[in-house]
Design a protein around this ligand. Structure first.
Ligand code: PSU
Ligand code: MN
Length: 308
Protein backbone atom coordinates (compact mmCIF):
# COMPACT_ATOMS: atom_id res chain seq x y z
CA UNK A 1 0.00 0.00 0.00
CA UNK A 2 1.66 3.20 -1.15
CA UNK A 3 0.81 6.58 0.32
CA UNK A 4 3.39 8.35 -1.78
CA UNK A 5 6.63 7.47 -3.48
CA UNK A 6 8.58 7.09 -0.25
CA UNK A 7 6.13 5.72 2.32
CA UNK A 8 4.89 2.17 2.80
CA UNK A 9 1.98 1.68 5.17
CA UNK A 10 1.55 -1.74 6.75
CA UNK A 11 -1.80 -3.35 5.83
CA UNK A 12 -3.03 -2.78 9.42
CA UNK A 13 -2.15 0.94 9.33
CA UNK A 14 -3.56 1.40 5.81
CA UNK A 15 -6.84 -0.17 6.90
CA UNK A 16 -6.97 1.97 10.05
CA UNK A 17 -6.38 5.12 8.02
CA UNK A 18 -9.12 4.16 5.55
CA UNK A 19 -11.72 3.82 8.31
CA UNK A 20 -10.47 6.85 10.27
CA UNK A 21 -9.51 4.77 13.29
CA UNK A 22 -7.23 5.88 16.13
CA UNK A 23 -3.54 5.34 15.32
CA UNK A 24 -0.54 5.74 17.64
CA UNK A 25 2.91 6.16 16.08
CA UNK A 26 5.91 4.53 17.79
CA UNK A 27 9.60 5.30 17.24
CA UNK A 28 12.39 2.85 16.49
CA UNK A 29 15.59 4.40 17.89
CA UNK A 30 14.46 3.12 21.27
CA UNK A 31 14.64 -0.36 19.67
CA UNK A 32 18.05 -0.03 17.97
CA UNK A 33 19.89 2.40 20.26
CA UNK A 34 17.87 2.52 23.48
CA UNK A 35 17.54 -1.07 24.65
CA UNK A 36 19.60 -4.27 24.33
CA UNK A 37 18.44 -7.27 22.29
CA UNK A 38 16.21 -9.23 22.92
CA UNK A 39 14.35 -6.96 25.35
CA UNK A 40 14.18 -4.29 22.63
CA UNK A 41 12.11 -6.47 20.28
CA UNK A 42 10.06 -7.95 23.13
CA UNK A 43 9.24 -4.43 24.34
CA UNK A 44 8.36 -3.20 20.85
CA UNK A 45 5.95 -6.11 20.47
CA UNK A 46 4.47 -5.61 23.94
CA UNK A 47 3.92 -1.89 23.26
CA UNK A 48 2.17 -2.68 19.97
CA UNK A 49 -0.05 -5.24 21.75
CA UNK A 50 -0.82 -2.69 24.45
CA UNK A 51 -1.90 -0.14 21.83
CA UNK A 52 -4.22 -2.70 20.19
CA UNK A 53 -5.65 -3.70 23.58
CA UNK A 54 -6.51 -0.05 24.21
CA UNK A 55 -8.47 0.42 21.00
CA UNK A 56 -5.90 1.95 18.67
CA UNK A 57 -3.62 0.73 15.89
CA UNK A 58 0.19 0.87 16.41
CA UNK A 59 2.43 2.31 13.70
CA UNK A 60 6.10 1.64 14.44
CA UNK A 61 8.20 3.76 12.07
CA UNK A 62 11.59 2.92 10.51
CA UNK A 63 13.47 3.29 7.23
CA UNK A 64 14.24 0.15 5.22
CA UNK A 65 15.16 -0.42 1.60
CA UNK A 66 14.85 3.22 0.58
CA UNK A 67 11.35 3.63 2.04
CA UNK A 68 9.75 4.97 5.20
CA UNK A 69 7.79 2.13 6.75
CA UNK A 70 4.81 3.20 8.85
CA UNK A 71 3.81 0.01 10.65
CA UNK A 72 6.29 -2.87 10.66
CA UNK A 73 5.64 -6.56 10.17
CA UNK A 74 6.86 -8.92 12.87
CA UNK A 75 9.77 -10.00 10.66
CA UNK A 76 10.75 -6.37 9.98
CA UNK A 77 10.68 -5.61 13.72
CA UNK A 78 12.89 -8.60 14.45
CA UNK A 79 15.43 -7.76 11.74
CA UNK A 80 15.59 -4.12 12.90
CA UNK A 81 16.09 -5.23 16.50
CA UNK A 82 19.00 -7.50 15.59
CA UNK A 83 20.65 -5.45 12.83
CA UNK A 84 24.06 -3.86 13.32
CA UNK A 85 25.03 -0.44 11.97
CA UNK A 86 21.48 0.92 11.82
CA UNK A 87 21.53 4.71 11.30
CA UNK A 88 20.04 6.87 14.07
CA UNK A 89 17.83 9.25 12.13
CA UNK A 90 16.93 12.76 13.10
CA UNK A 91 15.66 15.54 10.80
CA UNK A 92 19.17 15.89 9.35
CA UNK A 93 19.54 12.24 8.30
CA UNK A 94 16.12 11.07 7.15
CA UNK A 95 16.36 11.92 3.46
CA UNK A 96 20.03 10.90 3.24
CA UNK A 97 19.24 7.46 4.68
CA UNK A 98 16.47 6.98 2.11
CA UNK A 99 18.79 8.05 -0.71
CA UNK A 100 21.51 5.63 0.43
CA UNK A 101 19.05 2.76 0.80
CA UNK A 102 20.28 2.06 4.32
CA UNK A 103 18.38 0.85 7.36
CA UNK A 104 17.54 3.63 9.77
CA UNK A 105 15.76 4.00 13.09
CA UNK A 106 13.77 7.15 13.72
CA UNK A 107 14.34 9.32 16.77
CA UNK A 108 11.57 11.44 18.25
CA UNK A 109 12.27 14.19 15.69
CA UNK A 110 12.23 11.91 12.64
CA UNK A 111 9.23 9.94 13.94
CA UNK A 112 7.26 13.20 14.26
CA UNK A 113 8.10 14.09 10.66
CA UNK A 114 7.04 10.65 9.37
CA UNK A 115 3.90 10.58 11.53
CA UNK A 116 2.79 13.90 10.06
CA UNK A 117 3.44 12.63 6.51
CA UNK A 118 1.22 9.62 7.30
CA UNK A 119 -1.50 11.74 8.92
CA UNK A 120 -0.91 10.45 12.46
CA UNK A 121 -1.37 13.02 15.23
CA UNK A 122 0.02 11.31 18.33
CA UNK A 123 3.04 9.25 19.20
CA UNK A 124 4.38 7.47 22.28
CA UNK A 125 7.99 7.01 23.35
CA UNK A 126 10.10 6.75 26.50
CA UNK A 127 11.84 10.09 26.94
CA UNK A 128 12.63 12.85 24.48
CA UNK A 129 16.12 14.18 23.79
CA UNK A 130 16.95 17.57 25.28
CA UNK A 131 19.71 19.90 26.38
CA UNK A 132 22.69 17.89 27.60
CA UNK A 133 24.53 18.85 30.78
CA UNK A 134 27.51 21.00 29.83
CA UNK A 135 25.68 22.23 26.70
CA UNK A 136 27.12 25.69 27.38
CA UNK A 137 30.42 24.32 26.09
CA UNK A 138 29.40 21.25 24.00
CA UNK A 139 26.36 22.90 22.31
CA UNK A 140 24.68 19.46 22.50
CA UNK A 141 20.96 20.21 22.20
CA UNK A 142 18.78 17.46 20.73
CA UNK A 143 17.05 18.22 17.46
CA UNK A 144 13.95 16.75 19.13
CA UNK A 145 13.35 20.11 20.83
CA UNK A 146 13.29 22.08 17.59
CA UNK A 147 10.99 19.50 15.96
CA UNK A 148 8.30 20.21 18.52
CA UNK A 149 8.30 23.81 17.33
CA UNK A 150 7.46 22.91 13.73
CA UNK A 151 5.72 19.53 13.40
CA UNK A 152 2.12 19.12 14.57
CA UNK A 153 2.30 15.86 16.51
CA UNK A 154 1.58 15.33 20.21
CA UNK A 155 4.34 13.24 21.82
CA UNK A 156 3.73 11.31 25.03
CA UNK A 157 6.98 10.78 26.97
CA UNK A 158 7.95 10.34 30.63
CA UNK A 159 9.54 13.79 30.49
CA UNK A 160 13.06 14.24 29.20
CA UNK A 161 15.69 11.70 30.23
CA UNK A 162 17.24 12.51 33.62
CA UNK A 163 20.72 12.30 32.06
CA UNK A 164 19.97 15.77 30.62
CA UNK A 165 19.96 19.28 32.02
CA UNK A 166 16.22 19.45 32.69
CA UNK A 167 15.95 23.17 33.60
CA UNK A 168 17.74 24.12 30.36
CA UNK A 169 15.58 21.66 28.41
CA UNK A 170 12.42 23.35 29.72
CA UNK A 171 13.88 26.79 28.89
CA UNK A 172 14.56 25.82 25.27
CA UNK A 173 11.07 24.35 24.91
CA UNK A 174 9.60 27.58 26.25
CA UNK A 175 11.70 29.67 23.87
CA UNK A 176 10.54 27.49 20.97
CA UNK A 177 6.89 27.96 21.93
CA UNK A 178 6.30 24.32 22.77
CA UNK A 179 3.47 23.43 25.18
CA UNK A 180 4.86 21.15 27.90
CA UNK A 181 1.94 19.46 29.63
CA UNK A 182 2.44 17.33 32.74
CA UNK A 183 -0.26 14.69 32.92
CA UNK A 184 -2.04 14.33 36.26
CA UNK A 185 0.53 16.15 38.40
CA UNK A 186 2.15 19.57 38.76
CA UNK A 187 5.79 18.49 38.47
CA UNK A 188 7.74 17.76 35.30
CA UNK A 189 8.66 14.05 35.50
CA UNK A 190 12.26 12.85 35.15
CA UNK A 191 11.97 9.60 33.16
CA UNK A 192 12.97 6.97 35.78
CA UNK A 193 11.52 9.12 38.61
CA UNK A 194 8.07 10.67 38.89
CA UNK A 195 9.34 14.14 39.72
CA UNK A 196 12.27 16.25 38.57
CA UNK A 197 11.68 18.73 41.38
CA UNK A 198 10.71 21.25 38.67
CA UNK A 199 7.18 22.45 38.03
CA UNK A 200 5.86 21.77 34.54
CA UNK A 201 4.63 24.83 32.62
CA UNK A 202 1.17 23.27 32.05
CA UNK A 203 -0.89 20.52 33.63
CA UNK A 204 -3.83 18.54 32.27
CA UNK A 205 -5.69 15.58 33.78
CA UNK A 206 -7.92 14.72 30.83
CA UNK A 207 -6.60 13.18 27.57
CA UNK A 208 -9.49 14.82 25.66
CA UNK A 209 -8.18 18.26 26.68
CA UNK A 210 -4.75 17.35 25.35
CA UNK A 211 -6.31 16.36 22.02
CA UNK A 212 -8.43 19.52 21.96
CA UNK A 213 -5.36 21.69 22.58
CA UNK A 214 -3.57 20.09 19.61
CA UNK A 215 -6.57 20.68 17.33
CA UNK A 216 -6.90 24.25 18.62
CA UNK A 217 -3.23 24.91 17.92
CA UNK A 218 -3.75 23.88 14.31
CA UNK A 219 -6.92 25.94 14.01
CA UNK A 220 -5.00 29.01 15.18
CA UNK A 221 -2.40 28.40 12.50
CA UNK A 222 0.33 27.71 15.06
CA UNK A 223 2.70 25.11 13.66
CA UNK A 224 4.20 22.57 16.00
CA UNK A 225 3.32 19.85 18.44
CA UNK A 226 3.01 19.29 22.14
CA UNK A 227 5.04 17.44 24.73
CA UNK A 228 2.93 15.44 27.16
CA UNK A 229 5.05 14.51 30.17
CA UNK A 230 3.51 11.42 31.75
CA UNK A 231 5.08 10.28 35.04
CA UNK A 232 6.32 6.69 35.33
CA UNK A 233 3.93 4.46 37.36
CA UNK A 234 4.84 4.64 41.10
CA UNK A 235 5.62 0.91 41.37
CA UNK A 236 8.22 1.14 38.58
CA UNK A 237 10.02 4.35 39.55
CA UNK A 238 13.62 4.57 40.71
CA UNK A 239 13.90 7.22 43.41
CA UNK A 240 15.83 10.33 42.41
CA UNK A 241 18.40 9.83 45.19
CA UNK A 242 19.09 6.31 43.87
CA UNK A 243 19.40 7.15 40.16
CA UNK A 244 21.30 10.46 40.54
CA UNK A 245 24.72 9.00 41.55
CA UNK A 246 24.39 6.37 38.81
CA UNK A 247 23.74 9.06 36.20
CA UNK A 248 26.71 11.06 37.50
CA UNK A 249 29.03 8.07 37.19
CA UNK A 250 27.83 7.32 33.63
CA UNK A 251 28.27 11.00 32.66
CA UNK A 252 31.82 11.03 34.09
CA UNK A 253 32.71 7.92 32.10
CA UNK A 254 31.26 9.41 28.91
CA UNK A 255 33.37 12.55 29.42
CA UNK A 256 36.52 10.53 30.18
CA UNK A 257 36.05 8.42 27.03
CA UNK A 258 35.24 11.41 24.82
CA UNK A 259 31.80 10.11 23.82
CA UNK A 260 30.13 12.74 21.63
CA UNK A 261 27.27 13.59 19.28
CA UNK A 262 24.77 10.82 18.49
CA UNK A 263 26.55 8.30 20.71
CA UNK A 264 26.00 10.19 23.96
CA UNK A 265 22.42 9.09 24.74
CA UNK A 266 22.90 5.40 23.74
CA UNK A 267 26.16 5.24 25.76
CA UNK A 268 24.56 6.70 28.89
CA UNK A 269 21.47 4.45 28.68
CA UNK A 270 23.67 1.36 28.28
CA UNK A 271 25.95 2.30 31.21
CA UNK A 272 22.99 3.09 33.47
CA UNK A 273 21.52 -0.31 32.54
CA UNK A 274 24.77 -2.00 33.59
CA UNK A 275 25.25 0.05 36.75
CA UNK A 276 21.68 -0.62 37.94
CA UNK A 277 21.96 -4.32 37.01
CA UNK A 278 19.07 -4.05 34.61
CA UNK A 279 16.70 -2.11 36.85
CA UNK A 280 16.77 0.98 34.64
CA UNK A 281 15.56 -1.13 31.71
CA UNK A 282 12.65 -2.57 33.72
CA UNK A 283 11.61 1.01 34.54
CA UNK A 284 12.12 2.13 30.94
CA UNK A 285 9.82 -0.63 29.66
CA UNK A 286 7.14 0.20 32.26
CA UNK A 287 7.14 3.90 31.39
CA UNK A 288 6.90 3.24 27.65
CA UNK A 289 3.86 1.00 28.17
CA UNK A 290 2.29 3.66 30.38
CA UNK A 291 2.91 6.29 27.69
CA UNK A 292 1.38 4.05 25.02
CA UNK A 293 -1.81 3.74 27.09
CA UNK A 294 -2.15 7.51 27.44
CA UNK A 295 -1.36 8.01 23.74
CA UNK A 296 -4.27 5.66 22.88
CA UNK A 297 -6.67 7.81 24.89
CA UNK A 298 -5.42 10.95 23.13
CA UNK A 299 -5.63 9.24 19.70
CA UNK A 300 -9.24 8.22 20.34
CA UNK A 301 -10.09 11.75 21.49
CA UNK A 302 -8.51 13.13 18.28
CA UNK A 303 -10.76 10.85 16.21
CA UNK A 304 -13.81 12.10 18.13
CA UNK A 305 -12.82 15.70 17.35
CA UNK A 306 -12.43 15.13 13.59
CA UNK A 307 -15.06 17.00 11.59
CA UNK A 308 -17.55 14.86 9.62
N1 PSU B 1 13.18 7.05 24.72
C1 PSU B 1 13.74 5.95 25.33
N2 PSU B 1 14.97 5.53 24.84
C2 PSU B 1 15.58 6.14 23.76
C3 PSU B 1 14.96 7.28 23.14
C4 PSU B 1 13.75 7.67 23.66
O1 PSU B 1 13.20 5.39 26.30
O2 PSU B 1 16.67 5.72 23.36
C5 PSU B 1 15.65 7.96 21.95
C6 PSU B 1 14.66 8.80 21.14
O3 PSU B 1 14.70 8.33 19.80
C7 PSU B 1 15.19 10.22 21.22
C8 PSU B 1 16.67 9.97 21.33
O4 PSU B 1 14.82 11.00 20.10
O5 PSU B 1 16.68 8.90 22.31
C9 PSU B 1 17.44 11.21 21.75
O6 PSU B 1 18.70 11.16 21.17
P1 PSU B 1 19.67 12.47 21.21
O7 PSU B 1 19.83 12.78 22.68
O8 PSU B 1 20.97 12.02 20.56
O9 PSU B 1 18.99 13.56 20.45
MN1 MN C 1 22.87 15.35 20.74
Amino acid sequence: MTLNAYITLSPEVAEARARGAAIVALESTIITHGMPWPQNVETARAVEACVRAHGAVPATIAVMGGRIHVGLTDAELESLGQAKGVMKLSRADLAACLAMGRMGATTVAATMICAELAGIGVFATGGIGGVHRGAESSFDISADLLEFAQTPVTVVAAGAKAILDLPKTLEVLETQGVPVIAFGQDDFPAFWSRSSGLRAPLRMDDPAQIAAAQVMRGALGLRGGQLVANPIPPEAEIAREVITPVIEQALAEAAAQGVAAKSVTPFLLQRIFELTEGRSLVSNIALVMNNARLACQIAKALVALKPG
